[in-house]
Ligand binder design. Structure first.
Ligand SMILES: C[S@@+](CC[C@H](N)C(=O)[O-])C[C@H]1O[C@@H](n2cnc3c(N)ncnc32)[C@H](O)[C@@H]1O
Length: 206
């Protein structure tokens, strides 16, 4: 969510978006120094946090303006952080990466923008190495209500698509993947290990 909306959520609702991103990294327990993918990077807040934790980060977003915003944020975070981040334009539902390319796949506050959770989860698992870390966090119903209110104050509307955060757990369960679910106030987190026999691997990228 844009920086000023994050400030309103903190001041008026007591929800700290930056702390939730940090908590997502902590819950993921991914080893430092791995190669991670950040799906739906937006203006780059999660990507910068991941780079600050020492990961090599590949970002993917289909919006060129968001990518420019994320590049600027990375530069503002300093050369060491910026040099760890690679920006890719692409669709979360057809990730432009080989299977098993990443040690961890993260997504924060993005999946509700997508038309199809199942396809997104499958793609995230496809590009995850066996035993890698799947770490997705998105707004839950309470968070969505708060964010809708924050947008409405500015006569703006918060964009929602078909994907709802609880469906992520259902999708993982249907694929036989065990997961941990955590609630961080306005966001719900799903942490899972990439399967050794990866059910999503059969699907081609393009
Ligand atoms: C709220 S922003 C992401 C916030 C960001 N992850 C953070 O940590 O602050 C959601 C992003 O998802 C992107 N997005 C929506 N649909 C997408 C798709 N099909 N493929 C890739 N990116 C997509 C949008 O362009 C937008 O930049």
């Amino acid at each position: 969510m844009p920086g000023n909306n994050a400030q309103i959520l903190k001041d008026d609702y007591g929800f700290d978006t930056a702390a939730a991103r940090e908590e997502l990294v902590r819950l993921a327990h991914a080893a430092l120094g791995g190669q991670v993918l950040d799906v739906g990077t937006g203006c780059g807040s999660m990507a910068v946090v991941l780079a600050q934790h020492g990961f090599g980060v590949t970002t993917v977003d289909f919006d060129a303006q968001a990518i420019e915003c994320a590049k600027l944020r990375a530069q503002q975070a300093g050369k060491i952080v910026a040099d760890r981040i690679r920006f890719v334009r692409g669709d979360a539902l057809r990730l432009p990466f080989e299977g098993q390319s990443f040690d961890a796949v993260f997504s924060f506050d993005s999946l509700h923008h997508l038309p199809d959770c199942n396809a997104a989860v499958e793609e995230m698992l496809r590009v995850l190495r066996p035993g890698g870390v799947f770490a997705a966090a998105d707004v839950n119903d309470e968070g969505a209500r708060a964010i809708d209110e924050v947008f409405a104050r500015k006569d703006d509307a918060h964009f929602h698509n078909q994907c709802r955060v609880d469906v992520i757990g259902k999708n993982l369960g249907e694929m036989g993947i065990q997961y941990h679910r955590h609630r961080l106030e306005f966001v719900t987190v799903f942490i899972a290990a990439g399967p050794v026999e990866n059910p999503a691997l059969g699907k081609p990228a393009g």
